[in-house]
Design a protein around this ligand. Structure first.
Ligand code: GAR
Length: 218
């Protein structure tokens, strides 16, 4: 008899549009991912991700970082709020804040991020413009576990797009984001099926330690 997998609880953190959040909502509603988004939390009141959550009947919470004196106090409030939903997984989906080490340690091994570059290239901001300025032939996005090193945790999956001549940063961003919306739900599915773990600072899928660039499809 196969054991029924328990449904995972996910809390998603956003700062903006929430197109990655939408892709996850859709895959859950189509039963591709056995999980429930218990809450969406934003640090920006106008984040469209909050509206997307409300439209899907998910609790949408705004916690204003400007009303806290320090990053530590804000992150402590976030932990308190997140933990009320007893999540198995924290998903950063365009959450544009640097996290304190305490916050990261609290969710180590159960927090994922999507970053718009082929890590370890272009950590931080303005990744699309930096790839164009460097005349890179390819660019893309990475899903990784979050560790205290900014954008430095073990990569689970990367998706590449070619960089065309004359392409501007917005066009490139749009093409990278199309890929993001495919890859992030897939990685979340793996986590929710207990196939993906972080062990000794490495991403492990189906008991195999993944290479630095993550799972290789080829
Ligand atoms: C995505 O492109 C994601 O890779 C990026 O923010 C965008 C959010 O889009 N994240 C970062 O830059 C994190 N460092 P979305 O709100 O439409 O999902």
């Amino acid at each position: 008899m196969t054991e029924q997998q328990a449904q995972k609880s996910i809390v998603v953190l956003v700062s903006g549009n929430g197109s990655n959040l939408q892709a996850i909502i859709e895959d859950i509603s189509q039963l591709k991912i056995n999980a429930k988004i218990s809450a969406v939390i934003a640090n920006q009141k106008t984040a469209y991700g909050l509206t997307r959550a409300e439209n899907a009947g998910i609790p949408a919470i705004f916690i204003d970082h400007k009303s806290f004196a320090s990053r530590e106090e804000y992150d402590a409030k976030m932990v308190q709020c997140i933990n009320e939903f007893t999540p198995d997984l924290i998903v950063l989906a365009g959450f544009m804040r640097i996290l304190t080490p305490d916050f990261v340690e609290h969710y180590l091994g159960r927090m994922l991020n999507i970053h718009p570059s082929l890590l370890p290239k272009y950590k931080g901001l303005n990744t699309h413009k930096r790839a164009i300025d460097a005349e890179d032939k390819e660019h893309g996005a990475s899903v990784h576990f979050v560790t205290p090193e900014l954008d430095g945790g073990p990569v689970v999956l990367q998706s590449k797009v070619p960089v065309f001549e004359q392409q501007d940063a917005q066009e490139l961003a749009d093409r990278v984001q199309q890929q993001e919306r495919q890859m992030y739900p897939l990685v979340i599915k793996w986590f929710c099926e207990d196939r993906l773990k972080m062990i000794n600072n490495k991403a492990v899928l189906d008991n195999q330690i993944l290479a630095e660039e993550g799972y290789a499809i080829e």
